[in-house]
Every structure is written in C-alpha cells, then in structure tokens.
Design a protein around this ligand. Sequence first.
Ligand SMILES: CC(C)(COP(=O)(O)OP(=O)(O)OC[C@H]1O[C@@H](n2cnc3c(N)ncnc32)[C@H](O)[C@@H]1OP(=O)(O)O)[C@@H](O)C(=O)NCCC(=O)NCCS
Length: 173
Amino acid sequence: MIKGRNVLLKALEESHLKRIYDILMMDDIGSTFSTTYKEVTLSGLASFLYLTEPGTISKVFSIFSDNEIIGFVTLNNIHPIRHNAYIGIVGIDPKYQNGMYGVDALRTIIKYSFDTLNLHRLYGHTFSDNPKMHTLYKRGNWIHEGTEREYAFRNGEWVGREIWGILRDEKEK
Ligand SMILES: CC(C)(COP(=O)(O)OP(=O)(O)OC[C@H]1O[C@@H](n2cnc3c(N)ncnc32)[C@H](O)[C@@H]1OP(=O)(O)O)[C@@H](O)C(=O)NCCC(=O)NCCS
C-alpha cells in the first residue's frame, strides 16, 4: 500500500476487478488509452492492465479514497537494467474527477518509482486530444518529448500521440 496526500494506492486484487472494469468501460475513460478497449472482457482485464514488454514487469494499483476505489493506475515495462518504466494507464471515475485525485495519484506513483523502485526515468503516452492529461503531466514537471503524428485511427479520424518523460532529478521536491 502506498500513501499519497488524498489517495491510497493498493496493489490490484481480484476483488477490485469488477469495479475497475466498470470504470474502464465508462464514457471517456477506456477510449483515452485504447482504440480497442471495448473488446476487453472482465476475465481479460488483468492481462490488459499487466501488459508488459519481454524482460520487464508491471505493477497495477487501485486508487482508493475513503475506502472506495475511485480509479486505477498502471506502471508497465519496469526494466531492471535500464531503470525506466511506463505509466500505462491512469483513470479516475468521472464522479471524482477534478478533485485533484489524478494529480495526487501521479505524484504518488512518481515518488514510489524513484524513491522505492530506484528508477531513473518514467515515460507516458497520451493521445493528442487529451488536454487534461497534458495538464497533469505539465503540473508534475514532466517534459513533452515529442509527437507521433496520426498515430491511431479513432472515431473516424486520425489522432496523434504525445510522448512525456520525467527523470529522477526532475520530480517535484
Ligand atoms: C486525466 C485524469 C486522470 C485526471 O484526473 P483528475 O482527478 O480529474 O484530475 P485532477 O483533479 O487531479 O487535476 C485536474 C487538472 O487538470 C486541469 N483540467 C481539468 N480539466 C481540464 C481540461 N479540460 N483541459 C485542460 N486541463 C484541465 C485542472 O485545471 C487541474 O489542473 P490545475 O490544478 O493545474 O488547475 C482524469 O480526468 C481521467 O481519468 N480522465 C480520463 C482518462 C484519461 O484521460 N487518462 C489518461 C489517458 S493517457
């Protein structure tokens, strides 16, 4: 269990899966990270969240506030030699959005990644039409490292993908 200011991150348990699945399937959650999220089934959810490159591991956390699951965040591709990892997915139930839970969850996972896992670099990708996530990264001192133009075909049009990164020395003090 990792304690943030207003959230607790708990390692994913089987009893969390249904609630996380329901959040993933909500409008404007799954579509922000995947063009194929509707194909994910409840029984396939864990494999979807734990997806990882060969030679790396992933960690998945349920985001709790007041004993209730309000979202989830994944740390994928944790590389033991390169000391980097990928923020795969962060999603907050729309009922709780704009309450600074996203900022707090991201800050907490960054601190855990650098201070506990001794990682050196984190990176994340967001579709170009997600200004809120871009704000979240900027707010956390992440650097915009580039754009992959017309990365995916979604809802009948091409959408780009932004690459964000943060090094250990750049995290908020
Ligand atoms: C992105 C997400 C995780 C943010 O979590 P949250 O709890 O709603 O965000 P917070 O309340 O912690 O922070 C909101 C910040 O975004 C800003 N913001 C809110 N709406 C915004 C918008 N439409 N455009 C730009 N910034 C916006 C707020 O001003 C605030 O920044 P500030 O404190 O500097 O003012 C959440 O909205 C979410 O789950 N979205 C859907 C899934 C998603 O997009 N995930 C990322 C995919 S890679």
